[in-house]
Each structure stands twice: as C-alpha cells, then as structure tokens.
Design a protein. Structure first.
Lengths: 771, 235
C-alpha cells in the first residue's frame, strides 16, 4: 500500500498543472453543483419548507371565550388526534385612530397575547428587537424587508389608550396575528376571541383537517368554535410568486448539474488516458494491475476530493448572498438569516462529486488494468494510426491557411475527448441562450409601461405618525401637478372594492382619470376602455371568473349596480383587479377620489426635482420617484450570475481539453515549430481546434436553449396567471441569434487561449529531446 | 562528395557558445565554422552536447553565451517569430525518430512545410510529390506514418526537410532508429544531396555514417570542440 501511495504522490507532484486543473475544475463544478442543487431544493417546495421550519399550524381556530374556558381548550390540546397545539391565546381586534401611523398593517389589526415566540406550533421568526415581555410593548408581524429603524416607535391605540412601544419585529408565515403583546397587556385591548393553533397528523385536504378539528373539539359546547382557517388556503396564496420562479430555477439547476458532471468526466478520464505510458511503466516495475488502478484513482482522488471539499465550502458561502438575492422575502420560503444550503445538498455534493470523479476515472483505469505493460507503454508513446484521415486530407488540400486547417482537423483526431468537450460547450451555449431569452423577456416585462409615468404622487402624507390630507382638492391638485415644470401627462387612480354579481369573490375596481388611462399596463387582447360602462380585466380575473373579452358583467357596490362590457385583457396577475374609466368608477362610488396621481415627465426632466417641487406645492402629498422592478431585477441578476458560473465551468472544460491535447501533441508541436511554424501559428492552430467545437456547440446549443425557453417561460407565466403579449416572448431576432452564435466561440476561445499561448511558447529543443 | 573547400563562403559560425540547463552545462564555449557545400559530421560520446550544438544552429534553442551566426544572422538575437521564419527559410531538419505527424499522409507531411510559408496547397503538393518521387517513395504518398517502415518514414522526413530548399540541412542521428539496410539507403540519400551542393551537418555516433557522408569530422566532448579531421571518401 505504501508503494501505491508513494507512486500516486509522486505522480501528483510531477503533474502539477494537471493536478491543479483537476482541483480547479472539481472546485468550480462543485460550487455550481451546490448552487444548482440548492436552487432545485429551494425551488421545489418553498412554502412547505418555510411552513415546516416554523412548525406552522394546520388549523388556526377561533373560540368564543364566553362559551369555552381556557382550561377546556388546554384539554383539547391534549386530545389524542392532535399532533401538537399552541394556545389558548387571547385575541383582540384593534382599529387605529384616523391618520395615525400603522406600520403598513392597515387600519384594523389582530393582536394576540402571547408569552413567547417559540412553542410546539407556530415558531415565529423574531428578526429584529426582542419579544414583548411587559405591558406597553408590542411586536409587529412584518417581513424582514421592513426597516428595523421603526423599533422604539409608538403604536397608537384607539380611544386614547396608551400607545404601545414597538420592541420587536417577527415574521409569521401563517399570519396568526398582525401584532403580539405580553399576556398581561392583552386584557387592556378587550379581547373577543380565544385563538388555538393546531397541527394534525393528516394535513392533506381541507376535509380531513375539518374532520380532525371536529373530533378534537367534540367535547366543547356547540357554539364554542366560531371560525377556523386551514393552512391549505394560505399555501395557495403564498406559493404563487414562488411558483413563478420554480421552472426557471429548476432549469438552471439541471443545466448546472449536467455541466458539472460532464466536465468532471471529461477532465478525469482525459487525465487517466493521457497517463497510459506511466501506467505501463508502473506495470513493468512490478505493480499489480490492481495497484496500478489504485495509483491512478488515488492520483485523481487527491485533487478531486480537495476540490470538492473546498467547492462545497465555497458553494455554501456564495449560495448565501445569492439565495438571499434570488429568494426575496418569505413568500419564497426563506426567512431572515435562515438562508442556507440544505444538509442533503452538501452530503450529496461531498459524496457525489468524488464518486463522479472516481467513476469517470474508473473506466479508462480498468482499460489500463487489462492492458499488458508493453501495450500500455506503447499506447502512450508509439505512433498512433491516424484518425479521421479523410477529413485531414480534404483540409490539407483546402485554401485555408495551414495553421487553421490543421486546427480544424485536430478535434477529429480525439473524437471521444472532443465529444465530451463539445457536450460541455453545448450546455454552456444552451445556458447562455436560455438566460438571454429569459432576460430579454424579463427586461421587456419590467420595462413595460416604464415610460408611462416617472413619479407617483400619493394623496396623503404621514408625519409624526399622523396622516395629513392634501391642501388642495382633488381636481385642483390634478391641475396643480399638471402645471408644475416638466409635467407632460397626469393620470389619477382610485381604487374601490366592488363585487361581481353572482360571484362571492370581491373585485378591486381601479378607476383612472386623465391623460393616460392605460397607465403602465400592457394590453394582451382587445382594446382599452374608451367610454362609460367599459372595463379591461387581468388575465387571472378572466380565467378565474370564466369571463371572456366581449362579455357583459355586472359590478355591485352598496346598493348600486353597473353593467359593464369587458373590452380588453391586460397583463395583471392579481385575479381581483379590473380597470375602468373614471365615469364607470363614479357610477358605483360617486364620492371616490384618486389615492394617487401618476405623472409622466417631459424628456430631460429630473424626476427627483419634480418630486421636490410637488412636495413644496402641497405638504399633504407624498411624491415618490418610480424605482426599478425588483422581481425583474432578481431574475435577470440571478440568470446572469448562473450563466456566468456555468460559462466559466464550460470554459474550464475546454481549458483542460487543450492542456491535455497540448501535452499529447508536444512532439507534433515541436516538430511543427522546427519546420518553421511561428508561435502565433501554433496559437491560431490550437485556438482554431477549440473554435470548431465552439461553432458546433453554438449550432447545437442555440436550438436547445430556445427549446428550454419555450418550455420554461410559458410555465412561469402560467404559474402567476399572466398572459404575455407576443412582443415580450418574440425574443429570437437575427442579431440576437448571431450574438448567441458567438457565445460558443467565446466560451471555447477563452478556454483555449491560455494553454494555446503556452503551446506557442514551447521550446522545441526541450520537447523533441524529451521525446 | 564535396571535399573541403576553404574558399567557400562561411555559412555557420559559432563563437564561444555556452548553453546551461539549470546546473547542467551542455555547451561550454563551442566554436566552429562551416562553409557552403560542406558535409560536416559531429561525433562524440552520449551527453557531450552535440545535439544541443545542432539545436543552436537550427534555432531550436538559444545560447546562454557566445554567438551563433548563420548566413550573417545572429540566431541568438532573433525573436520567436524571427526564429520560426529563420527555420522555415534556411534550415531543413532530420530527426532520429522522424517526428512525422501521425494524422497526415506522407504527402501532406511533406507539403506541410511549404504550406506554412503560404504556398498554395496544390503547388505545395506538386513539389512534395516531386520530392517523394526523387526519394523513391512516391508510391507511398497516401500512406500514413504508422504503416510506413522506418526507412520510408525517414525518407519522408528528408523530403519534408528539403521542401523549402534550405541552405542548411541538419540531421540528428538520421540512421539511429533504422535497420542497417534502411540506414544505408538514407546514407546514400544524404551523400547524393551533398554531391549536388547541399550543405550538411550531421550529428552521429556512427563512424561509418560519418565517413560515408562527411568531408570533415568535428570531435566533440564536454560541450566543446576537441578535434577536427578531414575525412577521406570511403569506398
């Protein structure tokens, strides 16, 4: 065994560059694998993971405290059919005074008295501050993107009661409360409900959950249970944004895994094949075939294991900010400070990547195992019978410069290695194509209506926790904003809750008044409203309500009913939203005023300067300069990062192929230089050999990338109930395709350039002498 | 055979050439002159530096000291590209182990040298075929190195070396890897070439080869010239 280790150690030392390349490739591939598997894992069931992490309640039940005591409810928690329970918690509904600061929670909030954020059910993510332990303190249910600067601020209470101090922010995916106070505080808020949180063994359907809740509470008075909510409803609501990400992340994950495995196989098998002569020498020295295989597997394992270990660590380090970037907010299943790669991903990578390396090394090593010493030695040094000779002959007679025609012929001389390298380039180009198409669509999606307005002016302003109303009336304010320097168009927007006749679903009717009623929305079918009684609805609304463009529907508000004609469909994922002209809105809600005004500026106008001018003109308004689209940025950013990573891995594969080819062809290169080939010609020949693979890679990779786009993008849009207009999905234009065709060339040339230049600098005398 | 012609132009001049590879000294102040049309054999024990000497003249390596001037060009001062062009235009090199490209036919191996200079493929192949014909292996033009005998491979290598009509033909143990019959054929070939005016420098262990082909023998040991003899033509 010592001899095996010595021989392997010596081989590793002697082949420093190869060892370095194997370590580098396994490291990069492992990083890609960790991120890719992590993405697949995170994208597969984000809600379930987040819900599981919080041990979320399958049922949130509300009981009437007049009908059932806390002791009785505590007894329910111990029933045999209950897996776990939390509570009883006293629950109050609090309505904020007019104009007070409500931390984005709305005017009416649910407050629960709870002693701590932990427990057997519903473990809250306390991401800022601390828990409320004394009267006068409150913890608010906010996602971690809320500012922790609000800690210490006061939450006003109704009827002049003492305000509560915000001492912490916690996130509860299950939305069991908007705020929590210490149990000693809750009585002051006049609780009307007792809350219990249950987990049941069978949570597969609403019916089963209802049955288990019924069984657990059957001993209670009949009217004790006043309401209950299943987690399945929440799951559907929460998962929709994550569902949009899933197909795209899955596609990248699968591409990443495929590229990593292919490159590893290429690098490792190439290293073993190029060592045949060494294998023969070992055999001649008396190493048994088994020992020879062991030497080679050890030789490959040392850098591979090192690369895998470092790659796993680096992958975890890189994945953290990357996942935080990709999975914005808990809707995607990631909580504050809890973004990490799952243990199984690390385990699979740490065990799987070395296993892939060993498997890739095993096949050629076993071939060497079977070979006689003489054959192994000659396989490494004897003249090879030429391969692809017909191609070489035709190329030799072509009009191409000889360094180019020789380069074009080189890949055909090593068909196996070329095929593996080609596969890596194909996957690299597929990734680049797919990501480019996706980024183009997302850019167009994000840019849709970007020029519709640059500044939104909200018709209220909150100062010191108090809401201030505009100094000007609605029409006056509208005119004022239009007259400010730089304003080109002003459109008011009001929102009222209405009801679709014959449907239980509430509808948000957006009324628009002014220069640009379509605002930023993109029409996918039909036309925009032109007059009274016309609406344009979102794709999700139409699908969920079984309505089509051209149908007439009735909208109701209070005692009023308005029959409207659906004249168009626009891109809108919220299934409750429809848009109408101002007269249609006021027919249902005559006194409604715009909540915001959207101002389009003339070219060259500074939006910030306009916002300052508007603010100066009326202290009761809040001008807001329109920012960028966060989701679009996330997808484009993550697609770019993943594309870059996979392109680097593919380039490393090419790099290694060229390193091996250069070493295999040292004698040929030396000879070519001896008869007058210049270093530049050697470089051109070597780069050309890989550029051929790059060009073929582009030809194959582009259609695959387009197919991937056609597969993924419709699923992404279907997941969020959006119909994209054709101009957003018609992304394959000639210039873009030509640029993509360059992707394979760039990957191949970048990978080949360094070893090619090295080959060009080979010292002829040394090369020929060593032969 | 061309006998020594002291009036011929000096085409190679080495003056105090040193070459070190790390701690190892391969050449330790080698000096010599070779005139146009001469056939010079360099002989010496293994590891004495004679192949390094040939590499210096061929521009395959650079001296660490002294000067190597060939046809008025100081080889040591040429850039990498300059060296490549120098080898292309002035030098033809024959190696002990042929150094043919396995993936190219005999004809394409020979034509390659001319094609690198920009000669059109058709013209290069025509000239290659002429050379193969002169060397008696035109019928093997489409064969690949792996199926050629040692002698045939070396003839292909000679044809390649002559392709660009070099001023200087350098041969490093040209018969070292050949059986005696093939070796004799190659010797005849070199002799014929020298007789038509080709300047020839060959490095060899084989005294028979030296006496058969060369007009002057340079003895080499420990990286320097230790003796020189004019050779009588052998029978």
């Amino acid at each position: 065994m010592r001899a095996v280790w010595r021989a392997a150690r010596a081989a590793v030392r002697r082949r420093r560059l190869q060892t370095l390349v194997i370590a580098l490739v396994t490291l990069t591939s492992t990083v890609a694998m960790v991120v890719a598997l992590g993405l697949v894992d995170a994208a597969s069931a984000p809600f379930d993971k987040a819900f599981g992490k919080q041990r979320g309640p399958h049922v949130v039940a509300a009981f009437d405290p007049a009908e059932v005591s806390d002791a009785q409810l505590a007894q329910v928690a111990r029933e045999s059919g209950v897996e776990a329970a939390a509570g009883p918690y006293a629950q109050a509904t609090v309505e904020f005074p007019d104009g007070s600061m409500n931390f984005g929670l709305g005017r009416e909030i649910t407050v629960v008295g709870r002693a701590d954020p932990e427990g057997p059910v519903d473990r809250l993510d306390l991401w800022a501050g601390r828990w409320a332990t004394r009267p006068g303190e409150v913890v608010l249910n906010r996602q971690s993107d809320w500012t922790s600067d609000d800690l210490g601020k006061r939450l006003p209470m109704p009827s002049g009661g003492p305000a509560l101090t915000v001492v912490g922010f916690a996130f509860d995916l299950s939305r069991t409360a908007d705020a929590w106070v210490a149990p000693e505080q809750i009585d002051a808020l006049h609780p009307t409900v007792t809350q219990m949180l249950f987990r049941f063994p069978d949570s597969s359907t609403d019916d089963r959950l209802r049955a288990q809740l019924g069984k657990a509470t059957e001993g209670l008075p009949a009217d004790a249970l006043t309401a209950s909510r299943s987690y399945l409803t929440l799951k559907h609501q929460v998962s929709s944004s994550a569902r949009a990400y899933t197909p795209y992340l899955m596609a990248f994950g699968i591409l990443g895994i495929a590229v990593a495995v292919l490159i590893i196989a290429n690098v490792v098998s190439g290293a073993v094949i190029s060592g045949f002569r060494h294998i023969g020498v070992l055999k001649a020295l008396g190493f048994t075939p088994g020992q020879v295989v062991a030497v080679y597997l050890t030789m490959i394992s040392v850098p591979a294991v090192l690369g895998c270990a470092l790659g796993t660590v680096l992958g975890n380090v890189l994945a953290r900010p990357f996942f935080e970037f990709v999975f914005m907010g808990p809707d995607a299943g990631v909580f504050h400070d809890s973004v990490s790669v799952s243990a199984w991903v690390n385990a699979v990578t740490l065990l799987g990547m070395p296993a892939v390396c060993l498997l890739a090394a095993l096949a050629p090593a076993v071939r060497a195992h079977r070979m006689s010493a003489a054959r192994a030695i000659s396989a490494g040094s004897a003249p090879r019978a030429g391969r692809a000779l017909g191609i070489q002959r035709r190329l030799a007679g072509s009009r191409l410069p000889r360094s180019v025609s020789l380069g074009v012929g080189l890949p055909f001389a090593r068909p196996g290695r070329s095929a593996l390298t080609l596969a890596a380039v194909v996957l690299g180009v597929t990734t680049v194509t797919f990501a480019t198409g996706l980024a183009t669509t997302m850019t167009r999606f994000g840019d849709a209506g970007r020029d519709a307005y640059q500044v939104t002016v909200y018709a209220s302003h909150v100062k010191d926790g108090k809401e201030i109303q505009p100094e000007h009336g609605d029409r006056e304010l509208h005119s004022l904003l239009a007259e400010l320097p730089g304003a080109s168009e002003v459109t008011g927007r009001a929102v009222v809750d209405v009801r679709l006749a014959g449907s239980a679903h509430p509808v948000i009717l957006e009324g628009r008044r002014g220069d640009r009623p379509q605002l930023e929305d993109v029409l996918t079918r039909g036309r925009w409203m032109r007059g009274d009684g016309e609406i344009v609805a979102g794709s999700a609304f139409l699908r969920q309500n079984g309505v089509r463009v051209g149908d007439r529907v009735s909208l109701e508000k209070g005692g009023r009913t308005e029959k409207v004609l659906v004249v168009g469909e626009f891109m809108q994922s919220n299934p409750r939203v429809v848009a109408a002209g101002w007269s249609t809105l006021t027919a249902l809600a005559p006194h409604e005023k715009p909540i915001s005004y959207h101002v389009r500026l003339r070219d060259g106008t500074d939006p910030a300067a306009y916002a300052r001018a508007a603010r100066a003109a009326d202290a009761g308004i809040t001008p807001d300069v329109r920012g960028s689209n966060a989701i679009t940025q996330t997808i484009i950013g993550s697609a770019s990062a993943l594309t870059l990573m996979l392109a680097v891995v593919a380039s490393l594969g090419v790099f290694h192929t060229v390193v091996l080819n250069t070493r295999d062809r040292r004698r040929d290169l030396g000879m070519l230089k001896s008869i007058g080939m210049t270093p530049r010609q050697v470089t051109v020949m070597t780069v050309t050999s890989m550029a051929v693979l790059g060009a073929i890679g582009s030809l194959l990779g582009i259609p695959l990338g387009v197919a991937g786009y056609d597969l993924v993008v419709p699923r992404m849009t279907a997941a969020v109930d959006i119909t994209l207009p054709a101009y957003m999905t018609d992304v394959w234009e000639a210039p873009a395709l030509a640029a993509l065709a360059l992707a394979g060339l760039v990957i191949a040339v970048l990978g080949a350039l360094v070893p090619a230049r090295r080959a060009g600098r080979l010292t002829v005398a040394e090369v020929l002498r060593s032969e | 055979m061309v006998t020594e012609d002291s009036s011929g132009e000096v085409v190679v001049r080495l003056d105090g050439v040193h070459k070190e590879y790390g701690e190892t000294t391969a050449l330790a102040g080698a000096s010599l002159e070779i005139r146009a049309g001469e056939a010079v054999a360099v002989m010496g024990p293994s590891g004495c530096g004679k192949s390094t000497l040939l590499n210096m003249i061929a521009g395959l390596d650079r001296p660490t000291g002294g000067t190597v001037v060939v046809h008025g060009e100081n080889v040591g001062e040429l850039s990498e590209k300059g060296l490549a062009l120098y080898r292309r235009r002035r030098i033809g090199m024959i190696f002990q182990f042929f150094n043919l490209i396995d993936d190219l036919s005999a004809l394409d191996n020979v034509a390659l040298a001319a094609q690198l200079t920009g000669t059109p493929a058709r013209q290069a192949r025509r000239r290659a075929l002429e050379l193969l014909d002169e060397l008696g292996i035109a019928d093997r033009r489409n064969a690949y190195p792996a199926v050629l005998s040692g002698g045939e491979r070396q003839r292909v290598a000679v044809a390649r070396a002559l392709m660009n009509r070099p001023a200087l033909l350098l041969a490093d143990e040209p018969t070292g890897a050949l059986d005696s019959r093939s070796g004799e054929q190659v010797m005849d070939l070199l002799l014929d070439l020298n007789q038509i005016g080709q300047t020839l420098v060959l490095v060899t262990h084989d005294e028979h080869l030296a006496r058969r082909c060369a007009s002057r023998l340079i003895e080499f040991a420990d990286g320097r010239v230790t003796g020189e003899h004019t050779l009588e033509p052998s029978a």
